[in-house]
Design a protein around this ligand. Sequence first.
Ligand SMILES: C[S@@+](CC[C@H](N)C(=O)[O-])C[C@H]1O[C@@H](n2cnc3c(N)ncnc32)[C@H](O)[C@@H]1O
Length: 295
Amino acid sequence: MTVSARKFYSLSDNAAELALESAFFAQLKMRNGTFKLTRAARFRDVEIAIRPAITERASSLRQVLDVGVSTGLTTVELAQFLRKCAAPARVTATDLFIHAHIVEVGQTVAVFCDPEGWPLQYEFFGMAIRPWIRRLDYVTLAFIPRLLARAYLQPRLCRRIRAGLSRRVQMITRSLPQDGEITFIEDDIMIPSQHLRGKFDLVRAANILNRNYFSDDQLKTAIGNIHSYLRGPGALVLLTRTNRSQENAGTLFELKEDSSLAVVRRVGGGSEVEKLLLDFRQAEPVFPSATEVKE
Ligand SMILES: C[S@@+](CC[C@H](N)C(=O)[O-])C[C@H]1O[C@@H](n2cnc3c(N)ncnc32)[C@H](O)[C@@H]1O
């Protein structure tokens, strides 16, 4: 049984073991239909496949961006992997949804929701209940109370949050190192972010740029943004997706002088959106030519 948000956030760090933490977050479906699903050690096969390419470029990997990190559990592992490869990397971890609120409605009922009041979990007499609808709910008609509850609660939760009548928490792993090596920011990969532009030597997007979450047009928008966040030629992009049997399909790309992306390494047959990256062409070149730099 899933633990309730109130219980989860009252556990001491030791008690919030990784398995319990992953199980809690994996049940949370965000407003845009994506899940906070993540799992420890899910990228071992990817790490083995890309290790030679990363080690070869280690000294140039200083700023790393991990996009759609969920709780950051696998970001912590990415930072450890880069350290083992001798890369002096500082990692920026982004997710569209980091902040959340626990709103208590009396002593026995509570709602865990995002800052817009979108319910992520109900707690009813200590029992955690998912607010999102799955296919079977249309057969059993369990979708009706869920739809009604959300429509009734969302504006009320939103008002309570604005009035300061909630407990603000972060959907971030407790396994985060305290050395400041990883910085978390809320960011939407679909919207260009000026302060991320031209900054990164490696961008990873794992289990986010998937065709079952986003349309090709949305994927192209995200790819354009990722491209603009790269520092310049030689920078890397890693796209991966984990399948049901916990194997990964992904591609490591390198940015070329003409600002196109080329495949460095594939794992598990390559990323399902690899072609979108290979076909991507930037509207205007961002990298100044050698003469422009001299001037
Ligand atoms: C399935 S999790 C992947 C977590 C982690 N990268 C991994 O592979 O274990 C997908 C994450 O993407 C985030 N996400 C969804 N849409 C996003 C967007 N437009 N911009 C940034 N993050 C987003 C979700 O909140 C969720 O935490």
